[in-house]
Write a protein that binds this ligand. Sequence first.
Ligand code: AMP
Length: 501
Amino acid sequence: MADCKKALRQHLIQSGLGPAEPWSIRIAEPDDHFHDECGVVAIYGHPEAANHAYLALHALQHRGQESAGIVTSDGERLHSHKGMGLVQQIFERDVLDQLPGYAAIGHTRYSTSGQSATLNAQPFFVECNKGQLAVAHNGNLTNAIELRRELEMAGSIFQATSDTEVVLHLMARSRETTLRHALRESLLRLEGAFSLVLLARDRLIVARDQRGFRPLCYGTMESRLGTAHVFASETCAFDLIGAKYVNDVEPGEMITVTADGIARERFAPALPPSHCVFEHVYFSRPDSIVFGKSVEHSRERMGEILATESPVEADCVIPVPDSGVSAALGYARKSGLPYRPGLIRNHYVGRTFIEPKQSIRSFGVKLKLNPVRRLIENQRVILVDDSLVRGTTSRKIVSLMREFGAREVHLRISCPPTISPCYYGVDTPDRTELIASNHSIEDVRQYTGADSLAYLSLDGLRSATGAREQEFCYACYTGDYPTDLVGIEQLVNGRRNVDRS
Ligand code: AMP
């Protein structure tokens, strides 16, 4: 490991990204920045801001289960609490009671683990020359490492490895005198994906990158203080707290909410939109409206189109729960085959479990999914899942279906083959691990052990989401990235070189 770090430092120095004296400081590592899938929430003008942020985070739990945090403002000062684990575990009644105020921001984070995990829990909260500030964001800044290096060279001391901290340092260094202007100046330095919420003593500011990679919805709700303004990654958070969805924060838009009301402005012109299509494929909840469209509707359409594109003779359609359910419904409807809930998911599987000493066949996958023998035995089944990344899940499930008596297993994936990593906030492995990146569909079929395998076409995906000509980012399916990635690819390649050495 020490050798790897040394080699990586060397690579950074040679590529002009590293410091001249590498041993003197800790350098940011690429892995630190590639695995943020998160949910954000913000509320202003509600006497129970913390409680509502808590409930909203609960609704966004699927976007991240590693850590969560809430920061509130009572108008005088900010109050913060964050921790590792699920929202419900972190925020007990007495903790919420210690977060007074009428404004709050919250965050729930998924990331690869590591010792830096606690430090990286968001929102980040600092006291700087701009006063007390708390920031949380969903997305991934593709120039975070360059910015961080620049800031470190200028004397900034970072506490964690998350991109979000970069924003705070940029703001602290800004010579602008108002918070709005300092944030605007900082946002203009960022590249990549961000849906960001910032809380100060007397105001809430939210912003979304110029291409709108990640979602950020705006809604309102009534309270005894009047109209409260609410922002969240997905509208399912609004449903839980009784807020009404109004519209999305526009790409390139910055919204400031104070006691005087709400002010919407652009911090930069919107660029051609690159909404993450994977939000509709897998990541968002089906009961959400994301990018102004129903996720459930998109997924059912994906299934219907998949059935038209890749029919097969079979007896029933079985979803891989939960994310394959809507597409399987669509597939079943279009194909005229019965929909059968032939796999049951255990929702209480934690991150670690005690493995049996003596091996049990397919133990790992059975912890999560168990087939209903009566629905599967002797059947020719069509198994519908939302995506196939490394292929390990499909391989295990196909084998499980056979173990429980399926006569034939036909695998249908409701998105195109995933061939490229995401640099905008979705946790995908690099190309070497993406099975479709370096194998034919027939190879993948053989690997999974299915009798047949078909993916939804790119055109099918476009049509399922009702996409306009330029609306979504499909980079994970095409390798065609909408932003410059020079710095980030250098680092990834650097890491690969290191890994091999
Ligand atoms: P794999 O076993 O690597 O092929 O992963 C595919 C399975 O993981 C599918 O069942 C998906 O529902 C799920 N999945 C796909 N992408 C992600 C992601 N970014 N994070 C977590 N799970 C995912």
